[in-house]
Design a protein around this ligand. Structure first.
Ligand code: HDE
Length: 757
């Protein structure tokens, strides 16, 4: 059968053999005639994948009605078989010499089953081990056309994507809501090859040169002797390193701010961190920084809440993402770029663009939207997709190139290298989730886990035996061609440029740009983390770092630690605040926010019903909370109870509505909750203590609280003043909800946090 590229290849091999005259037709040679791009790149072997790598739309990970094709399900046929396809008659009992006798070594099924199980785990990622991911689509706006020729950025082009969010320090089984940087890695399966934007939710990094990566990670990971603490920076080795290594100050400050504890993956920004170089169709270049802007706004937890969730629901972010997607509330981000002229200095307004500890304030370089990301499908299998996905900042497409940021340089080496251990060999690009959607025609062969059955005898170039050599593409046939940037004449040195040595003015800029509430949180975080260190010298050294940022910050943390306030050792140069760095001050849509509706299960069911509907109509998620599970009004118009008093905790909700919970003095318990231990409380006519805890926490964490029908008394019992900001006691569900929705636009009732500043 004639191979699609054979005709074109014949021409080339003929030319190489010299039997059709001179080789002027060889593409890739100067002056060559360029063939259409698809001809020489016809796929071979089992690549590319099935039309889309998205999960089958019919499969629901949480058991929703699927109507799935049997081939999409785990059990694809009527009979259980071995891996070799032999049907099994028994899988629960080993082969033995008699029912009470020894197990026989000849039991192949036993050995195959256990051996496979023994090898089910692969090494976790050395960093970013804990993560959650989703499939989606990216749609270009076309606004980047002037600066980049990348085809996927063109107007209305839709590109499938897979996005993995992660924490950095913790192990695979660690908790989601720890204080840490979050990874935000996106794989764009573009028609020109895969582009990976492997970013974080913090726009700067701890180090300026990749050679220091093992140092910062060894310092941040648990102590090598006891392997504690897990997934956090509140310990001596971390603070030892960052206090000695002051280029980490800016990133550390972001970690100590509310950015270190996001409310949801859906509500965080993402950043490419490094400066990249875009190139347009005319070959002109522009330096850019990439930003992801969440449609739901940038929101965070408060520290106490984050700590409670660590125990109550360690999978909080993972669950939140999967639930939202399953509910059809697809999270969205706009991709934006800040653009800078590609001048030889690679500086902008005095800011060194090659220093990854710098941001460029949005006020002086606005973020211009270039496309929309929508996550619309959960993975079908966590291991196959989320665990095996392999990102790499070197996966680039024509139109996007790198700069000489020395942090990026090491990454371009590291990501390929790490997959060889993690995914056991060099063929991980053949794992379905990692397969490009562009045709592949490489000459890579063999190796562990080779899935392709390559035909032919000549995986080398040039060749004349295997249909000829594939053409080399040119710029007009979609080749990836590195921008031929000038490399200045230089000496070989292990040095950083002088512009890399200011470690304090950008942290000062960040501090000065925050509101009082955010500063208060930041002070609290430093005080907590340093308070967890054993070594006095480390605390004192870090206070000296803070003194070089801002005297007020330093003084407050020193007071919390009970230590003297050191003097600054650098000049505290003034900075112009950047309001865009603050998370407060903007109003966001309440879409997808979670409203807990608390009821005693007997009282105002009409109220529960109507407010539940109103929450849904407002695009939010109602969760009905009652003393026990099951349904309210089971024989009439049943309402499903999603949380019982035993399973509900305030941390799951963005706002709480009291839809009829009797206060002290009334019979607070429905008959269905007649637990023996509660008799005394019932006799005293008290409100369930779990409801009171829910309310007092929600109040302390700045959440909106609404209620009617006796809510005053319950609030009073919980210590919540009925006239406090963000507490709404009305006489009807809808009006109350309207006010709550408005409050959610600001995320929290910030007035309740009374900053001491
Ligand atoms: Fe990574 N990083 N990194 N990193 N990184 C990895 O690659 C590395 C850095 C980031 O969901 C590893 O596949 C070095 C900056 C994310 O699978 C590894 C340096 C940024 C993820 C690696 C950095 C990131 C990783 C571990 C210093 C933000 C998770 C497993 C030069 C711009 C991707 C793996 C996922 C993962 C190396 C610094 C983001 C070891 C050497 C800066 C989001 O290759």
């Amino acid at each position: 059968k004639s191979h699609p590229m054979k005709a074109a290849a014949d021409k080339v091999t003929g030319a190489l053999r010299g039997d059709t005259g001179p080789a002027e037709g060889i593409p890739g040679k100067p002056g060559a005639e360029t063939p259409p791009v698809d001809e020489p790149t016809a796929p071979r072997g089992p690549l590319p994948p099935t039309p889309d790598q998205g999960s089958p739309a019919t499969v629901s990970p949480t058991g929703q009605p699927t109507g799935a094709d049997p081939s999409d399900l785990g059990q694809a046929g009527p009979y259980l078989t071995t891996a070799q396809g032999a049907r099994l008659y028994e899988t629960d009992k080993s082969l033995k010499a008699g029912a009470r006798g020894p197990v026989l070594l000849q039991d192949h099924h036993l050995r195959e089953k256990i051996t496979h199980f023994d090898h089910e785990r692969i090494p976790e990622r050395v960093v970013h081990a804990r993560g959650a991911a989703a499939h989606g689509v990216f749609q270009g706006y076309g606004t980047a056309a002037q600066v980049s020729k990348a085809a996927f950025l063109a107007k209305d082009v839709e590109t499938p994507v897979f996005v993995r969010f992660s924490t950095v320090l913790g192990s695979r089984g660690s908790s989601d809501t720890v204080r840490d940087t979050r990874g935000f890695a996106t794989k764009f399966y573009t028609a020109q090859g895969t582009f990976d934007l492997v970013g974080n939710n913090i726009p700067v990094f701890f180090i300026q040169d990749s050679i220091k990566f093992p140092d910062i990670i060894h310092a941040g990971k648990p102590h090598p002797d006891r392997e504690i603490p897990q997934a956090q920076s509140a310990h001596d080795t971390f603070w030892d390193f960052v206090s000695l290594h002051t280029e980490a100050t800016h990133h550390t400050m972001w970690n100590m701010s509310d950015r270190g504890i996001p409310r949801s993956y859906r509500m965080m920004e993402g950043f490419g961190v490094h400066t990249f170089r875009l190139v347009n169709a005319e070959g002109q270049t522009t330096l850019v920084k990439f930003h992801w802007k969440p449609k739901l706004g940038v929101h965070s937890l408060v520290w106490e809440e984050a700590q409670i969730i660590n125990g109550m629901d360690p999978d909080f972010h993972r669950r939140d993402l999967a639930d939202a997607i399953e509910a059809g509330a697809f999270p969205q981000w706009e991709l934006g770029i800040q653009t800078f002229p590609d001048n030889p200095e690679q500086m902008y307004e005095g800011i060194d663009l090659l220093d990854p500890t710098n941001i460029v304030p949005e006020e002086i370089a606005p973020v211009q939207p270039i496309g929309l990301l929508t996550l619309n499908a959960n993975p079908t299998n966590y291991f196959a997709e989320t665990e095996q996905v392999a990102f790499h900042p070197g996966h680039l497409v024509p139109g996007i190139d790198i700069t000489d940021d020395p942090l990026l340089a090491g990454r371009l080496f590291s990501y390929l290298d790490t997959q060889i251990t993690r995914l056991a060999g060099p063929n991980f690009a053949q794992i379905p989730i990692n397969r490009t959607h562009a045709p592949v025609n490489d000459m890579l062969r063999d190796g562990f886990h080779q899935d392709a059955v390559h035909a032919g005898v000549a995986p080398y170039r040039p060749n004349s035996l295997d249909g000829g050599c594939p053409f080399l593409a040119g710029a007009d046939t979609g080749a990836y061609i590195e921008v031929p940037v000038e490399v200045p004449a230089a000496r070989k040195v292990r040095e950083a440029p002088a512009t890399f040595s200011d470690h304090f003015s950008q942290p000062r800029l960040f501090w000065k740009s925050l509101t009082d509430v955010e500063r208060e949180h930041l002070i609290g975080a430093y005080t907590f983390e340093l308070g967890k260190c054993y070594e006095q010298a480390i605390k004192e050294r870090q206070l000296k770092v803070l003194a070089n940022i801002d005297p007020q910050l330093c003084e407050q943390v020193a007071t919390g630690l009970g230590l003297p306030v050191p003097e600054p050792t650098v000049e505290l140069t003034p900075v112009t605040p950047s309001p865009a760095l603050s998370q407060l001050g903007q109003v966001w849509p309440p879409d997808g926010r979670i409203i807990g509706i608390v009821t005693d299960g007997a009282g105002d069911l009409a109220g529960v019903r109507s407010v539940r509907q109103a929450v849904l109509d407002a695009g939010m998620v109602p969760l009905v909370i009652a003393p026990a599970g099951g349904k309210l009004d089971p024989s009439g118009d049943p309402i499903t109870i999603q949380r019982s008093f035993a399973t509900a905790r305030s941390t799951e909700f963005d706002a709480i509505l009291l839809a009829g919970v009797p206060g002290p003095g009334a019979d607070a318990y429905g008959a269905r909750d007649a637990k023996a231990g509660d008799e005394a409380a019932r006799a005293a006519g008290a409100t369930d203590p779990r409801v009171l805890l829910m309310l007092s926490e929600a109040y302390r964490h700045g959440k909106a609280i609404g209620g009617w029908a006796g809510a005053d008394a319950v609030l009073a019992a919980a210590g919540v003043p009925a006239d406090a900001p963000g507490v709404i006691v009305g006489d009807g569900g809808d009006a109350t909800l309207g006010q709550i929705t408005e409050l959610l636009g600001n995320h929290r009732v910030w007035e309740r946090f009374a900053p001491a500043l």
